[in-house]
Write a protein that binds this ligand. Structure first.
Ligand SMILES: Nc1ncnc2c1ncn2[C@@H]1O[C@H](COP(=O)(O)OP(=O)(O)OP(=O)(O)O)[C@@H](O)[C@H]1O
Ligand SMILES: Nc1nc(=O)c2ncn([C@H]3C[C@H](O)[C@@H](CO)O3)c2[nH]1
Length: 213
């Protein structure tokens, strides 16, 4: 692995990606790339009517993440600066395969590959795995108005889709190492020791991987 790791935090909605990525960026004194949420003009409409708004929403996420990761490649990776993001680009496919249908899904898939196949991929993914109960609790606690009417079946399906996606990345992106964190048991927000353990495991892994290159 290069001396300047690119780390991504992943997990289903409300798993704690932004929280953990922010804490790790601070702890390790590295830069962070965060996805755009509040400025997204389609999210509220999407949760009210998925079929009507899914294409606009998926394209918005794709274009934003494409731009962010293109910049990440130029500003950080090309300059040997470590960076952590609160998503992996593959997330676009996880969601779009569920929310889009027919011709729109086919077109989106083509655009996805065209835009993202040559984007930088993370060296390490921290995958926060959490069950439905935990995610619903956190989504409620976070109090984003537009998420409160989220269909439980949608979230339940996404949890399964995430499991499949991580298995697929493990096969198709062998240079990416996936570390799974039990988001039901590990409370890196309230428990300092839990967070310290994640940070120290990550630092050790980076050190080991550098030694082996
Ligand atoms: N391990 C944890 N223990 C307790 N609370 C947590 C934990 N992780 C996250 N939270 C809380 O759950 C809420 C959701 O966290 P966060 O916004 O980081 O999730 P996310 O995965 O980035 O969400 P999204 O999928 O919407 O981007 C926040 O209120 C956060 O403080
Ligand atoms: N449909 C869809 N496609 C995506 O690529 C995507 N990425 C995130 N989200 C939703 C989850 C949170 O509510 C909120 C913030 O993460 O946005 C998405 N929804």
């Amino acid at each position: 692995m290069k001396q300047t790791p690119f780390i991504a935090v992943e997990g289903a909605i409300g798993a704690g990606k932004t929280t953990l990525a922010t804490m790790l960026a601070q702890e390790m004194n590295i830069s962070i790339i965060k996805e755009i949420v509040e400025e997204n003009p389609f999210l509220g409409k999407f949760y009210e009517n998925i079929d009507e708004w899914s294409f606009q929403l998926e394209m918005f996420f794709l274009c934003n993440r494409y731009k962010q990761l293109e910049d990440t490649g130029l500003q950080y990776i090309a300059n040997h600066k470590p960076v952590i993001s609160d998503y992996h680009i593959y997330k676009n496919l996880i969601f779009s395969e569920r929310t889009l249908k027919g011709v729109q899904r086919d077109k989106y898939r083509q655009i996805y590959h065209l835009l993202t196949d040559d984007l930088p991929k993370p060296d390490i993914i921290l995958y926060i795995r959490a069950d439905l109960e935990t995610l619903l609790y956190r989504i409620k606690k976070r109090e984003r108005t537009f998420e409160q009417s989220m269909d439980t079946a949608y979230l339940e399906q996404l949890i399964l889709d995430y499991e499949e996606a991580m298995a697929s990345i493990a096969i198709n992106e062998p240079s990416t190492q996936i570390i799974t964190i039990d988001g039901n048991l590990i409370d890196f927000v309230e428990n300092k020791e839990h967070f310290a353990q994640i940070a120290s495991d990550l630092k050790e892994l980076i050190h080991e991987r550098i030694q082996h290159t």
